[in-house]
Ligand binder design. Structure first.
Ligand SMILES: Nc1ncnc2c1ncn2[C@@H]1O[C@H](COP(=O)(O)OP(=O)(O)OP(=O)(O)O)[C@@H](O)[C@H]1O
Length: 174
C-alpha cells in the first residue's frame, strides 16, 4: 500500500527501543542501493543484502521484508520478538531493525544482523559429494558438534520464546 512519505528517518520502536537507530537511507547506502551485487540470498519473506555501515564500519546482513508477500509483516514482528532478547552463542543477534517508508512512500521493514561469512548452515549440511565445494564437506565429528549446538540453541529458544516462534529458529551460528 502506498503511503505518504514521512519527514526524516524513522526507526522501529515498537519491537525494541534499545536498538541503535538506523534510517532507511543509511540502510540503502550501506547495501549499495540494495543492488543485485549485494544480494546474499532470499527467504520466504524477503531478500538479504550484504551491507557496510558507514557509522561504525560494521559488515552486516540487511534482511528486507517483501511486504507484498502475505505473512511478511507478521514474520518480521515474530522474528524481532523472538530474537530481541536472545543471548546465545549459537544464535544470530539482531543489530537493529528499521520500520519506515522507502523513498517512494511504501512501507519498509528490515532487520540488520551480523554478517555471517560462512553463510547459512543448510549448504554445509547438504553439500553433495560431486558439487566440488571441498570447503563445505564436513566430517562426522563436525556434524555431531553442529547437531549438539543446534540442540543447545533449540533448548534455549524453548526456554526463552513462545512456542509458535520456536518453530522458526531462523539462523543458527556455528
Ligand atoms: N546474517 C547473515 N549473514 C550471511 N548470510 C545471511 C544472513 N542472513 C541470511 N543470510 C543469507 O540469506 C538467505 C536468506 O535468509 P532468510 O533469513 O531470508 O531466509 P531463510 O531463513 O534462509 O529461509 P526462510 O525465511 O524461507 O525460512 C540465507 O539462506 C543465507 O544464505
Amino acid at each position: 500500500m502506498m503511503k505518504k512519505p514521512r519527514d526524516g528517518p524513522l526507526t522501529s520502536s515498537s519491537h525494541n527501543d534499545s536498538y541503535p537507530s538506523i534510517s532507511y537511507l543509511e540502510l540503502v547506502q550501506s547495501a549499495n542501493g540494495f543492488s543485485v551485487d549485494n544480494l546474499i540470498g532470499s527467504g520466504s519473506f524477503g531478500s538479504v543484502y550484504k551491507g557496510l555501515l558507514s557509522s561504525n564500519g560494521m559488515v552486516v546482513a540487511v534482511k528486507v521484508s517483501n511486504l507484498q508477500q502475505h505473512g511478511a509483516s507478521k514474520s518480521f514482528i515474530d522474528e524481532c520478538r523472538a530474537l530481541k532478547s536472545i543471548r546465545h552463542r549459537n544464535l544470530l543477534k539482531i543489530i537493529t531493525t528499521c520500520s519506515s517508508t522507502d523513498n517512494q512512500g511504501n512501507d519498509f521493514k528490515s532487520i540488520v544482523f551480523n554478517f555471517m561469512e560462512n553463510g547459512s548452515l543448510d549448504p554445509w549440511l547438504h553439500a553433495r559429494e560431486d558439487d566440488g565445494s571441498q570447503s563445505k564437506r564436513l566430517s562426522l565429528i563436525e556434524r555431531l558438534n553442529i547437531a549438539i549446538d543446534v540442540a543447545c540453541a533449540l533448548d534455549y529458544l524453548h526456554d526463552h520464546c513462545e512456542t509458535s516462534i520456536v518453530k522458526h529458529p531462523l539462523f543458527i551460528v556455528i
